[in-house]
Design a protein around this ligand. Structure first.
Ligand code: FMN
Length: 190
């Protein structure tokens, strides 16, 4: 079974670090034979600050804004997600929360893993994201990659350490397991 995995670049500021870990995990995921991997950069989806008249769950994920429709369709297409996110003030970027809020059913019953960075490897932000994921009816994996002190990292090759490679392998193993189990379950339920 081929699984569609979307790698989401979750910070959009100038001079962002996020491109490096996203490129790194994207390449690692692409090595897996059974994964069809696509990079989704939030810069390419300039969503308005949430302004819909109805919550997505009540609106059945129907939107008129073409950027929102494009985003929803990409999320609909995914079986699993790897969100690459910094920690901002012990949370996660507002632009990511906005993108998560903008659809509901497209996320539901799918798996999500995290690659994060920061002083504590971005772990505090990821813990909050796991709570958000559960409310979106997703399955967040235990396994993640946490990259400490990104401000010392100048090149993507510096992310490719033994420890990070081992974490990425575990993340991909478990994301694949959950994404496959949930895809089969979604198919048998419909
Ligand atoms: C608004 C803001 C808040 C931040 N808060 C934290 C924080 O709480 N913990 C932390 O470890 N790093 C924090 N940082 C530093 C980030 O880890 C660092 O700037 C990182 O490069 C951000 O990822 P980005 O470059 O992809 O935006 C913060 C950075 C910004 C811009």
């Amino acid at each position: 079974m081929t699984l569609k995995i979307k790698v989401i670049v979750a910070s959009t500021r100038a001079n962002r670090f996020s491109e490096k870990p996203a490129a790194w995990i994207f390449e690692a995921a692409k090595q897996r034979a059974n994964l069809d991997v696509e990079l989704l950069d939030l810069r390419d989806y300039p969503l308005p600050f949430f302004e819909e008249a109805m919550p997505p769950g009540m609106a059945k994920d129907q939107y008129s804004n073409p950027t929102v429709v494009k985003w929803r369709d990409k999320i609909r297409d995914g079986d699993g997600f790897i969100i690459c996110t910094p920690e901002y003030n012990h949370g996660y970027p507002a632009v990511l929360k906005n993108a998560l809020d903008y659809t509901y059913f497209a996320w539901a019953r799918k798996a999500v893993s995290f690659v994060s960075w920061g002083g504590a490897g971005g772990a505090r932000g990821v813990e909050q994201l796991r709570l958000v994921a559960v409310e979106l009816d997703m399955v967040p994996t235990r396994w993640a990659v946490h990259i400490p002190n990104p401000w010392f990292i100048k090149d993507v090759s510096e992310i490719d350490t033994d420890a990070n490679r081992a974490s990425a392998a575990a993340l991909l193993d478990h994301l694949t397991w959950w994404a496959g189990a949930l895809k089969a379950a979604r198919a048998s339920a419909s």
